[in-house]
Design a protein around this ligand. Structure first.
Ligand code: SAM
Length: 258
């Protein structure tokens, strides 16, 4: 992927998984037909769902999809049959779907889900920021806003901004900033569309899938002397200048001086 470019919808692993499920369903229906025709045995829903899952898992394995898709696709059809047997009101599925949509938004495409880092990480970030001048710092993918709110308290001389793609975390971070009277601010949008030259330091807690494109963008846009920080996920293209452990047993915080 090149600078600021987003993965096409069809390339997204979750969409690929959906296509695999559809393909496996067609094969499972053909197999069911054959079993009924040649053996005269009707296949009931539970064995059918395992057949469907096994075919989907086999296709995922043959297509060399990431290893976790094999068990997910195997158990997905039986899980659907089991949940269906509970006869839950359909509105529950709509409510859960809408909640997950607002929380995760286009995670299926970006492959960067929401999970917060935490105070030890934000304190470690604060210690790495130059103390001799006011800074403009951004958390790209700011989630519930904890990093921006905490750092704004620690460094009242500097401006901290968060950008978040998913509507629900962004709304919660906005509300937290307003209620708490924070100087930190939040923007809803895609960090790929920002100009990184506007910032003295960038904090990222994303996923391995995002790191290569992030590095290309950072290298092209960040000014010399600025700082790129990534919690947990390393950039393979460039050895980090900073490697610290915010918590004794937790993941690493990496830093690159541009
Ligand atoms: C692992 S969470 C990190 C949350 C927060 N930075 C923290 O450290 O607690 C990653 C967040 O990035 C958001 N995200 C993913 N891709 C994004 C993008 N292209 N632009 C803005 N936010 C994005 C996700 O919605 C998710 O909330």
């Amino acid at each position: 992927m090149t600078l600021g470019q987003r993965r096409s919808l069809l390339q997204a692993p979750a969409i690929q998984a959906l296509i695999v499920l559809c393909l496996a369903l067609i094969l499972a229906l053909l197999a069911e037909e054959a079993i009924e025709h040649f053996l005269g045995v009707a296949v009931s829903p539970v064995p059918f769902s395992f057949l469907h899952g096994a075919l989907a898992a086999a296709i995922a394995y043959i297509r060399r999809m990431a290893s976790w898709w094999v068990p997910i696709l195997f158990f997905f059809p039986p899980a659907v049959v089991s949940v269906n047997a509970l006869h839950l009101p359909p509105a529950i599925f709509l409510v859960v779907f809408l909640f997950l949509l607002l929380l995760f938004w286009s995670t299926f495409r970006s492959q960067v889900p929401f999970y917060p880092s935490g105070r030890p990480v934000w304190d470690a970030v604060a210690r790495l920021l130059p103390a001799d001048k006011p800074l403009r710092v951004i958390d790209i993918g700011s989630g519930l806003g904890g990093a921006v709110l905490h750092l704004s308290r620690l460094r009242p001389d500097s401006r901290f901004v968060g950008i978040e793609l998913a509507p629900l975390p962004w709304l919660i971070s906005q509300a937290r900033a307003r209620i708490g009277g924070s100087r930190g601010s939040f923007k809803r949008g895609d960090y790929a569309l920002l100009d990184f030259a506007d910032f003295d330091a960038i904090f990222a807690y994303l996923s391995p899938a995002a790191m290569s494109a992030l590095w290309q963008k950072a290298r092209a846009e960040m000014r010399p002397g600025t700082l790129l920080l990534s919690y947990e996920f390393i950039i393979n293209e460039a050895a980090p200048d900073i490697v610290i452990h915010p918590q004794e047993k937790g993941p690493v915080l990496y830093g690159w001086r541009m």
